[in-house]
Design a protein around this ligand. Structure first.
Ligand code: HEC
Length: 202
């Protein structure tokens, strides 16, 4: 009896191994063929099929939730933060995400996936917004602003985005005009302070 069981086991396991190897080879080979044949249309003016779009949305959603772990500053309602964020937004984001009173730009019209109009609000939490702004989103036009901006400035932008849906076009324009400093000056300040810190170490 035991001998019989062993022999059937032995006869079956190579078959199972062969099936697993076959499936793996089919997947890898299929993937290779798919990639090298040029079958996938990478054009930004051809929308994804529904299942691919759904899958990408899910991957994006869960990836952001899993990574957005930075503590949220408690002064996001601070007016200076909001005004500074408005200035940054007008310079860096409005070209793609638009603003009240602004016509659609050429870049906004050509993006796929589309850049949402952030004045309509977003389903993201402040921590998730911060993460997206800092790290960007692969295979979309959303850049990683953390490469060139420190966290404090990016939190100013988040502070502004929380307020954005409540603002009229006039209020938005006034805020942008009263932004504490222009973006370039803030960037210069940052590089000066880095130099100063650097020098004081020497
Ligand atoms: C070159 C165009 C471009 C610029 C400039 C840009 N974005 Fe985006 N952004 C996008 C695109 C495209 C998406 C959508 C990505 C997607 O669907 O996964 C996006 C997504 C986002 C999202 C996620 C929105 C949501 O509800 O899911 C936030 C928040 C965001 N951007 C903020 C900003 C901020 C703040 C700036 C300026 C500092 C900025 N973006 C500049 C193209 C841009």
């Amino acid at each position: 009896m035991r001998l019989f069981e062993m022999s059937t086991g032995n006869r079956r396991s190579p078959a199972i191994v062969a099936i697993i190897v076959g499936v793996v080879v089919a997947f890898v080979g299929g993937g290779w063929l798919f990639a090298y044949s040029g079958a996938f249309d990478i054009a930004a003016d051809t929308p994804h099929s529904q299942p691919v779009y759904w899958l990408m949305q899910k991957v994006r959603e869960h990836s952001i939730v899993a990574r957005a772990t930075d503590p949220v500053p408690d002064d996001l309602a601070d007016e200076k933060r909001i005004a500074s964020g408005a200035g940054q937004y007008a310079e860096m984001c409005a070209s793609c995400h638009l603003a009240p009173g602004m016509k659609r730009t050429e870049i906004n019209r050509g993006l796929y996936p589309r850049a949402p109009e952030l004045r309509r609000g977003s389903a993201l939490t402040p921590a998730e917004e911060f993460w997206v702004i800092k790290h960007g989103i692969k295979m979309t036009g959303m850049p990683a602003w953390g490469a060139t901006h420190d966290d404090a400035i990016l939190w100013d932008v988040v502070a502004f985005l929380r307020k954005f849906p409540e603002l009229t076009a006039e209020q938005y324009q006034t805020l942008v005009k009263t932004a504490p400093k222009t973006h370039d000056m803030q960037q210069m300040d940052m590089s000066n302070s880095h130099e100063t810190r650097h020098e004081s170490h020497q």
